[in-house]
Design a protein around this ligand. Structure first.
Ligand code: COI
Length: 353
């Protein structure tokens, strides 16, 4: 892929690595590329980060044909730049785009564009513990038209943000509110796709949970509100009687890259992992009788995030005395160890830029 480069007149000052937060700073450059029926993918450019112009009738602004991804770049002690399983993000992006009737970006172009931008911006990868360079690829409909149909033009972009922990709690346990009014997804919908619309629809529940003092919501299935699905920005896993249980990816749950990696790690350590519907009643009962040993979320932004408390219909259960569990900690250490190039990558997950 040929990428034009437009240099910036002024490089930005880099933020303090100790106070990054999440998604607050953006690097000097961004990647943009267009697609039209006539020209296919064209106009690949790395240019100074900044505003873009959109026609007010751009279809994304009206019918939300928009998809995105999230992955991270890490810098090893030796100065190598590593991505984590970018091929998985490329595949999921393609699946999201198929579901929203958007143009599918070839997987190798997706990875190539990320590698080219990250390699130019490697000075922006923070190096202190718990930080990384968050990569946000996204695509949206740019045809100017009022009328619901697949757009005949799209823009693909990548922006980069040096980040610390996603939650203010850092790697400490979070409090989760089990949402029993709003729903996130139903079979046949867009639950498995990473599209902005899913997140827009989730904000009301998130606001409600935060008002009540919780960090995130745990979604129940959209039909019976009986089975546990996922947490706002991560997949959820529960350890009951030494078995790890997580919702199956059967259309309503986001197929997380961290989720898949954690399942592979757990199985390689000899644990039983059950991908099956878990009823909220079974989960709360396991919490009451203390057979619920650990709970945690998995996600690119959240990494591995211990869940210390669950609240459902006015009842609260505390998990593992609100402490990070042994398996949760081992997963966090192993996963971040591989991502940072500190541990052997026996699964061949890292991709050197
Ligand atoms: C991620 O984990 O990368 C996400 O996209 C979650 C969130 C920041 C929307």
């Amino acid at each position: 892929m040929e990428v034009k480069f437009i240099p910036t007149e002024q490089l930005k000052e880099k933020p303090d690595e100790n106070a990054l937060g999440f998604g607050n700073y953006f690097t000097d450059y961004m990647f943009t590329m267009d697609w039209t029926k006539e020209k296919g993918w064209h106009n690949a450019v790395i240019e100074p980060y900044g505003s873009i112009q959109l026609d007010p009738a751009s279809m994304v602004l009206h019918y939300a044909q928009e998809t995105f991804e999230g992955l991270k770049a890490y810098k090893t002690k030796e100065g190598k730049v590593l991505l984590f399983r970018p091929d998985m993000n490329a595949k999921r992006f393609a699946n999201s785009n198929r579901r929203l009737c958007m143009e599918v970006l070839p997987e190798e172009m997706f990875v190539d564009a990320i590698a080219t931008l990250v390699s130019r911006e490697k000075e922006w990868i923070p190096t202190i513990e718990g930080t990384s360079l968050y990569i946000r690829p996204f695509m949206f409909a740019t045809e100017s038209a009022v009328g619901v149909h697949p757009s005949n033009a799209y823009k693909f972009m990548i922006v980069l943000s040096p980040v610390g922990a996603y939650y203010p709690e850092g790697v400490n346990p979070v409090k989760i509110y089990v949402e029993d009014e709003y729903v996130r997804a139903t079979k046949g919908g867009t639950g498995f796709a990473k599209c902005g619309g899913n997140y827009a629809a989730s904000i009301a529940a998130q606001v409600k949970a935060e008002k009540l003092g919780y960090t995130q919501v745990l979604w129940l299935d959209g039909v019976e509100r009986k089975y546990v699905e996922e947490v706002g920005t991560m997949n959820a896993m529960f350890i009951i009687d030494r078995k790890i249980i997580t919702a199956p990816c059967d259309g309503t749950v986001l197929p997380g890259v961290t989720r898949d990696s954690v399942i592979q790690l757990l199985k390689s350590w000899g644990y039983v992992v059950e991908e099956r519907p878990l009823a909220i009643d079974e989960l709360m009962e396991a919490g009451r009788n203390k057979t619920l040993q650990e709970a945690f979320g998995t996600g690119t932004a959240a990494v591995i995030s211990p869940i210390g408390e669950l609240s459902y219909k006015g009842e609260s259960i505390i998990i593992n005395d609100f402490q990070t569990g042994e398996i949760t900690q081992r997963l966090y250490d192993t996963l971040t160890g591989i991502q940072w190039g500190k541990l052997e990558d026996s699964f061949h997950w890292t991709y050197e830029v």
